[in-house]
Design a protein around this ligand. Structure first.
Ligand code: RIB
Ligand code: CA
Length: 312
């Protein structure tokens, strides 16, 4: 089994990513950390506890930064609602949270792990950068960072940037310059990881405890996406990131150099991908361009069916 830590900002697609990770027999999840992004730090933390309670998973959850390293926090209530998980009701959280700050929890968990660990951030990279700043030696215990963020030709927060990188570009720069193996699961792939309205309907018809909530979440998320970007369906950005750890063959990638723009008036948060090697800089990330959509959808449906069976 692959040892994994999730760092997330639930968030509708983060919620499905947590479900996929918890249901996978390929992954041993050492813990979950949360960060401000889609919603405030308090709300994303509470949401992680709610999701784990719903699926009956008792994992350590540690709360992280409430704002980016230097920038003011930007959230996404227009997509994820005031709670960050609008559209579905959750049981009151019964999972006992960690007292430690996420950065300390990440460092301590990595240092005590027997084998190197996959870090799977699906929100702004503030906690990950914090851990690398606090204890640079943890790099030896990180197998790979498989992160949702960025884009080559695609963006969604500004014409130049994807949300997670835009929120904390300085943190992203620290991560991409760390020398740690990185897989960048960016919008060029995740915007193709679209759950159609028919897929959401199929999820709803499973009528289980978890599938019903997942379908309601995705229905709300799809409604907001249609309002704001005209798309019909739900982009499963974060679940594709987890799927890329479960089965790397689900993703098409190229090994390229990526720089993070932190100073541009119009380009803050851009992932500047050297497609043709013109900079002469060594590649530092496996950059995603596409996916095996049917394999991906199968992983998501199978995972949610397994979680339903926990309550059957
Ligand atoms: O740009 C998409 C990313 O931003 C996803 O991780 C979504 O959850 C938000 O965090
Ligand atoms: Ca996210």
């Amino acid at each position: 089994m692959k040892k994994v830590m999730l760092d997330c900002d639930p968030g509708h697609d983060d919620a499905i990513a947590i479900m996929l990770a918890c249901a996978s027999s390929e992954l041993e999840i050492l813990g979950i950390t949360t960060v401000a992004g889609n919603q405030t730090g308090e709300k994303t933390f509470t949401n992680a506890l709610k999701i784990l309670t719903l699926i009956g998973e008792d994992l350590p959850v540690a709360r992280g930064f409430d704002k980016p390293l230097f920038q003011e926090l930007v959230t996404a209530p227009e997509i994820h609602g005031e709670t960050g998980l609008d559209g579905a009701d959750f049981p009151a959280p019964s999972v006992k949270p960690c007292e430690a700050h996420a950065v300390n929890f990440i460092v301590e968990t990595l240092l005590s792990a027997d084998d190197p660990v996959y870090l799977v951030p699906t929100g702004p990279l503030t906690n990950i950068a914090g851990a690398l700043l606090l204890a640079p030696g943890v790099k030896e215990k990180i197998k790979r960072i498989v992160l949702m963020g960025g884009g080559v030709l695609e963006s969604n927060k500004t014409p130049a940037a994807e949300f997670n990188i835009y929120v904390d570009p300085e943190a992203a720069k620290i991560v991409f310059e760390s020398g740690i193996p990185i897989t960048m699961v960016g919008l060029d792939a995740t915007n193709k990881a679209l759950f159609s309205l028919e897929d959401i309907e199929a999820l709803s018809r499973l009528s289980g405890k978890v599938s019903t909530v997942a379908a309601r979440l995705l229905t709300f998320y799809a409604e907001q996406l249609e309002k704001f970007s005209g798309v019909r369906g739900a982009y499963l950005h974060d679940p594709l990131t987890v799927a890329a750890v479960i089965d790397p063959a689900v993703l098409d990638t190229r090994f390229l150099h990526v720089d993070i723009e932190t100073k541009g008036e119009f380009t803050r948060g851009a992932t500047v991908v050297d497609l043709y090697g013109v900079t002469g800089k060594k590649p530092n990330a496996e950059v995603s361009f596409g996916l095996d959509l049917s394999k991906f959808k199968g992983l998501v449906f199978d995972a949610i069916k397994r979680l339903d069976e926990r309550w059957a």
